[in-house]
Design a binder for this molecule. Structure first.
Ligand code: NAG
Ligand code: NAG
Ligand code: NAG
Ligand code: NAG
Length: 243
């Protein structure tokens, strides 16, 4: 590199700039939990809008700097391994592309306002695999004395998930929500549907089955209706086609 005359001063000024900042006070550190699905793009935003002169993003665990920038100048990168997967916006937002499970850690943002006040924000990034779509199966159907007992199983290949069951889109009152859902139904009570939602903090998927009285479930509420419709419609269509 070769700098001459006035450019030298510019370079010197840039090098000295960080030392010239006067940090008047550090305000309380704010904390933010961020959940992301493996492979997606995650943006860590400066929480408080304001006028900033400098941003620094740091891995909290080992105090390793990721990137540092004086606003409107080229950022300095400290983690070559992240190159191409990470980008800093002018407003301080840190974008991480194609996030991986091992990006889950604590990120510290130090943002220096033009007034000299430093804002510290802590981001706890948790990356989870997307949950796979569940399928509800009827494990048991018992009809007795015109009462119905159903035992439904919500199957998914995802491991660490939470289950939530809904009866007619209302949260079920069953205390422990897990893959198995037991429903004793009173003779007069005919719910329309049961839904199982599997979720982790970053994503969710659900499946729904329809109640078919007196004591069964089906993947579609339309089955019985379509059958009736065909029985009625086929002769009508036939009679229209025949002269
Ligand atoms: C920062 O800038 C990016 C790109 O212009 C924008 O998408 C994002 O919403 C901005 N974030 C904030 C907190 O203003
Ligand atoms: C993070 O995981 C990816 C693949 O999942 C791997 O290629 C990369 O080396 C890992 N990085 C670290 C720092 O362990
Ligand atoms: C059904 O009725 C029979 C005879 O009234 C009784 O013995 C049985 O316990 C009843 N079953 C249930 C599940 O209520
Ligand atoms: C399941 O729910 C509990 C309580 O809301 C939560 O703490 C936990 O992180 C959840 N686990 C998953 C895998 O979503």
């Amino acid at each position: 590199m070769c700098y001459r005359g006035k450019e030298w001063y510019l370079v010197l000024e840039l090098l000295l700039l960080p030392q010239l900042f006067r940090v008047n006070s550090i305000q309380a550190r704010s904390e933010h939990r961020v959940f992301a699905v493996t492979g997606s793009t995650t943006s860590l935003d400066v929480p408080k809008p304001g006028s900033y002169q400098r941003f620094a993003w740091i891995y909290l665990a080992d105090s390793q700097k990721i990137v540092e920038t004086n606003v409107n100048q080229q950022p300095t990168w400290f983690q070559p391994a992240l190159q191409g997967r990470i980008h800093l916006e002018n407003n301080g937002t840190l974008n991480i592309y194609r996030v991986q499970k091992n990006d889950s850690t604590e990120y510290l943002l130090q943002a220096l306002e033009t007034s000299g006040v430093e804002q510290e924000s802590l981001f706890l990034l948790e990356v989870h695999d997307p949950v796979s779509k569940p399928v509800i199966k009827a494990e048991e159907k018992k009809e007795e004395n015109s009462s119905c007992y159903l035992k439904l199983l919500c199957e998914t290949s995802s491991k660490s998930v939470n289950y939530t069951w809904y009866v007619d889109s209302a949260l079920s009152q069953q205390e422990h929500q897990n893959a198995v859902f037991e429903i004793p139904l009173k003779p007069e009570y005919h719910p329309k549907s049961f839904t199982c939602k599997v979720s982790n903090p970053a994503s969710s998927q659900s499946d729904k089955v329809y109640f078919i009285p007196p004591c069964d479930v089906a993947r579609s509420s339309g089955v019985a209706w379509i059958a009736t419709w065909l029985v009625v419609m086929v002769p009508v269509v036939l009679s229209l086609l025949l002269p």
